[in-house]
Design a binder for this molecule. Structure first.
Ligand code: PEP
Length: 230
């Protein structure tokens, strides 16, 4: 199975997200049974987007982009895994933007993954070389079942720059991650993926799919990536 995961980040309100869905529907991408398409949305879009997705019967699964590391309780404004469980099957944790802008630590990310798994949501754990070992160690320390997670190697130099990493080098790091988690989970690559370069990544022996930021925002570009995998 191959995976395409879109990450909209803090873009698109609910109205815009529904227009995006109409746009994708009119393009009619070819959804291959061998490729799973997951779209990670802003919290505020998820419920309405899910509703329209089921009306259109489009084979896309939704995810969130963040979750609280805390259990339900007195934490004003936090969105817990228990709340997300009614809405999504996946959730990104540990994106480098959250580490940089919100001082998220590997320990917090591991706690988020634990909260998600307790609520039957698959964590999509983002990794880069400077904290790769530390992050995986934290997951084991918090007894996170890594076989129930997805992992994404996202070199910061490639995120949003238009300069993807060399696919062979990315595969090398994917193998490193695979070794550390005992080869138990899907490993994806993220960073400036486009319809033109996606095949060069998923054709690598240890890269199971891609995480796509900028090119998931335009239905035509995202459809191009989906079609490249079919
Ligand atoms: C990302 O931020 O997760 C990402 C992969 O972004 P982009 O595709 O825009 O490089």
């Amino acid at each position: 199975m191959k995976y395409v995961i879109g990450n909209w980040k803090s873009n698109q309100n609910l109205t815009e997200s529904l227009i995006w869905l109409d746009g994708l529907q009119s393009i009619k991408p070819h959804f291959s049974p061998d490729a799973s398409v997951i779209l990670c949305l802003p919290f505020t879009d998820i419920a309405g987007f899910n509703h329209k997705l089921s009306d259109l019967e489009m084979p896309i699964v939704t995810g969130a982009q963040n979750v609280s590391h805390l259990a339900p309780g007195k934490h004003t404004g936090e969105i817990t895994a228990n709340m997300l469980a009614e809405l999504v099957s996946f959730c990104i944790v540990g994106h480098s933007e959250r580490r940089r802008e919100f001082a998220e630590t590997s320990e917090m990310v591991a706690e988020k993954a634990r909260q998600l798994l307790e609520n039957s949501i698959t964590p999509i754990v983002c990794l880069d070389l400077p904290y790769l070992d530390e992050q995986i160690k934290e997951l084991f320390q918090k007894n996170v079942d890594v076989s129930r997670c997805y992992f994404v190697y996202e070199p910061i130099s490639a995120i949003g720059t238009g300069h993807p990493q060399d696919p062979v080098e990315a595969n090398h790091v994917a193998n490193q991650i695979s070794f550390l988690i005992d080869n138990q989970a899907p490993i994806l690559y993220g960073g400036s993926v486009t319809a033109e370069n996606v095949k060069s990544f998923v054709d690598q022996n240890r890269i199971d799919g891609v995480l796509v930021g900028a090119d998931s925002l335009e239905p035509t570009l995202f459809a191009g990536i989906i079609n490249s995998l079919s």
